[in-house]
Design a protein around this ligand. Structure first.
Ligand SMILES: [Zn+2]
Length: 196
């Protein structure tokens, strides 16, 4: 089932997510619905707060990025078919040089900005079967994980922009909260006026 994606301004996007347990109600269905919602919106990642749940859960499939011909073949290979569920994730370490990538977010349609992040991350998490994992990622894979991880910490990519950039996009962000935006997927807007 495709779920509506919560738009910028919704308080749920600002909550630090809570850990979940194996008996979280209908977890399997929830994850299925998150995949469906993400693919329908042509996203490469989706975090639970973006469908209204302040829990530490996000899904990632970077396959669409693997088709970028500017990438080195080994990077394309790493991104192709990288499809994972992250439960109760914790980034243990971020290392390396900061680099810039033009990010977007399904909760913030029509805004894309350059964001600086560190190159390499070490992350521990549980997979969808609650097996413990500890892994290290770099480059674009790390980037997508960092973006989704921020969601379960209540952080959005627009928080990381310079104060000038923030001022420049303020009006646009407020329009998104009010639903004055054309996204080609279902959304839920916090400040939308109820019918008249
Ligand atoms: Zn996002």
């Amino acid at each position: 089932m495709i779920l509506p994606i919560t738009a910028y301004g919704d308080p749920v996007l600002r909550k630090v997510g809570t850990d979940i347990t194996k008996d979280y109600p209908k977890l399997e269905t929830l994850v299925e619905n998150m995949w469906e919602t993400m693919y329908n919106a042509s996203g490469v990642g989706l975090a639970a707060p973006q469908i209204g749940l302040p829990i530490r859960l996000f899904v990632i499939d970077t396959t669409p990025f693997s088709e970028d011909e500017d990438l080195a073949p080994e990077d394309q290979k790493a991104l192709n078919g990288f499809k994972k569920v992250f439960v109760n994730a914790k980034i243990e370490e971020e290392t390396g040089e900061e680099w810039t990538f033009n990010e977007g977010c399904l909760s913030i349609p029509d805004i894309r900005e350059d964001v600086n992040r560190k190159e390499t991350i070490k992350i521990t998490y549980l997979d969808e079967n609650f097996n413990e994992k500890s892994e290290t990622y770099g480059g674009l894979l790390a980037r997508v994980i960092q973006h989704e991880y921020d969601h379960i910490e209540g952080i959005l990519f627009t928080d990381k922009l310079s104060s000038l950039k923030k001022r420049l996009i303020k009006g646009k962000l407020s329009n998104i909260s009010k639903g004055k935006i054309n996204a080609d997927y279902r959304m839920r807007f916090p400040d939308m006026k109820k019918g008249r």
